[in-house]
Design a protein around this ligand. Structure first.
Ligand code: MSP
Length: 521
């Protein structure tokens, strides 16, 4: 069986996870489920990035030790992933011994090899925030976080010699043009960072101690990115007694990241791996951000929206449908309460829900719920819808394979719309009135086929809706699989339910928009 190893970023447990964090994870799960449908042995890793000064400070502010804080946050994260039915295979936390022990070893080895050297870190330090900033990060020469004065300071630090590997990475970029997706991000990394020459990276700090201690120099802790990025291999047992997962799954097939952290994944991570003599991941895809009408989500603006209340009120499938559809490939998307309710009412309730209900209603009315077998006589309109859905399936698979998930969903809804149009074009009620039963049978058969295909195509991200459709139509198990998508004539002796259940009850727009606005904090 072919394997597929994919990862989400490991999240900072600095606050409650909002829909942006949920997006990356929902996307990862969708890709995993798709790969499984296509016969891959897929392995999904997620987890938490628990070290660093920020976490230490948040814990303090909450009157907790850092460990107590991250333990609680890890529990909450797992609760959310369980609510979202995320089927991760492992959840790595950077405070776990299986990680810290290996980070120590990696640091040692890189030091011995001469890739890591001791020098001085110089930057603009904000005393109250206890954080260094680079010149370009400052806003009007002041701290970008709190706006107060900053001071130029120096600190003894270890650095990673990026320059040593830069040429190899440039060569790798040339030889692997699809390494970074989308292409625009790759060009950005290449032109703005690789070509002008990489700066060496500071990989240790002495100004705080919540981190993995450098064994040979314990006043230093390993600075965040070397600690964080290596989670992708420590979770597989790299340099541990049992590294069978590493053997099986490395290199990763896909690292999913947000656009803000592509620099670390696309430049530093490959270089760390080169230094460790390990193969590089096959692809890194950087998605955009979920934005609000008034820009980024932030507590101070009171515009942060969390997944839980949305899922509770509108269901998991609706939530996933919305965020995955709204985020175009590599682009930012916008969350608005109006947009959310509109997509629900139009796409889910009207287009998909009604299609199922109308279809079941007609089969019951005209044929007592029976679909017997592939019809003998096929009209031009029937042929057209067959062809349309064949082409759709092909395109949708291509979109999934290249991680254009929003396009895959949009194309599936083109098929939904086309099927609705097919009902209008064939006008089954007239065929019935005119007693053209063979033609009518064929229309019903093609409707069920379309719905069966749609149900399979949405399975990776709308499991429950998919199941409900297949159950109401009474589709046999063997015709519920991705492999059976291309079969078009195998349905036989099916009796659809005579008690159709509404998939998505219509929402009253104004009330729901208000409801969602009240969910924002
Ligand atoms: N800990 C690092 C990642 C280390 S990976 C080795 C980190 N954590 S984070 O919690 O700040 O962000 C995690 C992910 O969430 C990032 O990919 C980031 O882009 C993503 N998002 C944060 N806000 C987001 C939105 N509003 N929309 C979409 N994704 C967002 O960075």
């Amino acid at each position: 069986m072919q394997k597929f190893y994919l990862t989400t970023p490991i999240y900072y447990p600095s606050g409650k996870f909002h829909i942006g964090t949920a997006y990356t994870t929902a996307l990862a799960n969708t890709i995993k489920k798709y790969k499984q449908e296509r016969g891959f042995e897929a392995y999904l890793l997620t987890g938490m990035d628990e070290h660093g000064q920020k976490i230490q400070k948040v814990a303090e502010a909450n009157g907790k030790t850092p460990q107590e804080h991250v333990d609680k946050m890890a529990e909450e994260a797992k609760k959310l992933w369980s609510l979202m039915e995320i089927e991760y295979d492992d959840f790595i936390r950077t405070t776990e011994e299986r990680h810290t022990k290996v980070v120590e070893k990696i640091f040692d080895r890189l030091m011995e090899q001469g890739d890591i050297y001791k020098s001085e870190y110089e930057g603009w330090y904000c005393m109250p925030c206890e954080t260094y900033f680079t010149e370009t990060q400052l806003i009007d020469g002041k701290c970008p976080d709190c706006g107060r004065e900053v001071k130029k300071m120096k600190e003894e630090s270890y650095f990673f010699n990026m320059k040593k590997y830069a040429d190899r990475l440039i060569k790798f970029y040339y030889e692997n043009p699809n390494f970074i997706l989308p292409e625009s991000r790759k060009n950005e990394l290449f032109n703005n960072f690789l070509k002008p020459g990489l700066e060496d990276l500071c990989v240790s700090r002495t100004s705080f101690d919540w981190g993995v201690k450098v064994k040979k120099d314990p006043k230093h802790v390993v600075y965040v990115w070397l600690d964080a990025l290596t989670n992708y291999i420590t979770a597989l047992g790299y340099l541990s007694e049992n590294d069978s997962l590493m053997e099986k799954y490395w290199p990763a097939d896909l690292h999913l990241v947000g656009k803000d952290i592509i620099r670390f994944h696309g430049l530093y991570w490959p270089i760390f791996l080169m230094a460790l003599d390990l193969p590089l991941p096959k692809q890194i895809y950087a998605h955009g951000f979920i934005m609000m009408k008034d820009g980024k989500m932030s507590k101070s603006k009171g515009n942060v929206i969390y997944p839980e209340p949305l899922i509770e009120r509108y269901g998991l499938d609706t939530f996933k449908y919305f965020i995955l559809r709204e985020m175009s490939y590599g682009q930012d998307g916008t969350f608005t309460p109006e947009g959310f309710v509109e997509r629900y009412n139009f796409d889910l309730c009207n287009d998909l829900g009604n299609l199922l209900n109308r279809t079941i209603g007609m089969i019951n009315k005209y044929f007592n719920g029976d679909i017997t077998s592939y019809p003998n006589i096929i009209s031009d309109l029937d042929k057209e819808i067959e062809k349309f859905s064949d082409v759709s399936i092909h395109e949708i698979e291509e979109y999934f394979d290249t991680y254009h998930i929003s396009n895959a969903i949009a194309e599936t809804w083109n098929l939904v719309s086309r099927t609705n149009k097919y009902i209008d074009e064939t006008a089954p009620w007239i065929l019935f009135k005119e007693e053209k039963y063979e033609a009518l049978k064929s229309v019903m058969y093609h409707l069920v086929e379309s719905l069966r295909r749609i149900a399979i195509l949405i399975k990776p991200y709308m499991k429950h809706t998919s199941k409900k459709i297949l159950q109401q139509l009474n589709i046999p198990e063997e015709l519920q699989t991705w492999n059976s998508l291309t079969d078009y004539n195998k349905l036989k002796n099916i009796k659809v339910t005579d008690k159709p259940e509404v998939l998505f009850a219509r929402l009253e727009t104004e009330t729901e928009v208000e409801e969602i606005k009240n969910m924002m904090k």
